[in-house]
Design a protein around this ligand. Sequence first.
Ligand code: SF4
Length: 218
Amino acid sequence: MGNTASQALSVMPVERKDGTYALRLCLHQGLLDRDMLQRVQEVMDAFQLNDLRATTGQRLNLEGVPADRLDAVIEMLGTRVAKCPPSISVCSGGAQCKLGQQETRAMANRLLVVLQCHAPYPFKVKSGISGCAEGCGLSFIRDLGLVGGAQGWMVLYGGSARHRAAPGLALAKGLGADEALELVARGLEFYKEHGGKKERLGIMVSRLGSDAVLAALA
Ligand code: SF4
């Protein structure tokens, strides 16, 4: 049953209030290829599952899996069970979108490597990459944001879409890809050093103050 697509994909069970599970398909940059789409359809038919729901993090939740069918559903999907990689929202970017000023997909791949190299962190780190200042990749309100411009990348730090929603602090603009990722890496190390346990990056920035963070990183 296994194929390359299903073996590359991981799933993460998420328990729901009613005792069922959502199986989170940890898609890479929101992509579900034809083989995997077909496999998911077959599983949904076989187990009479009706809902496949998109998440804000560009993943898919296969909802309503009964607890006693979870293992069988995973086996038929042929996927690994693992925690999803760090969440990166990525827009179409300069390779596809007419407004795009920087290419985003390859940059997202590079950012994922940086995030995984420097882990673990005090709490989850969500990122967004957008090919222009329209910000379709949610860059302004993610813990880490990259926004493409004509001169290069802007790096945003500590954005939040939660109850004290605010855009991230702009650490720099007009950076090349390498420079932007080096700054992100320094920002991640700073978070590891100064962030409290389960303190999101934006809360840390508020606590320390923008001036102190800019003085350390910008
Ligand atoms: S952020 Fe810009 S490049 Fe990305 S999808 Fe939106 S308009 Fe296009």
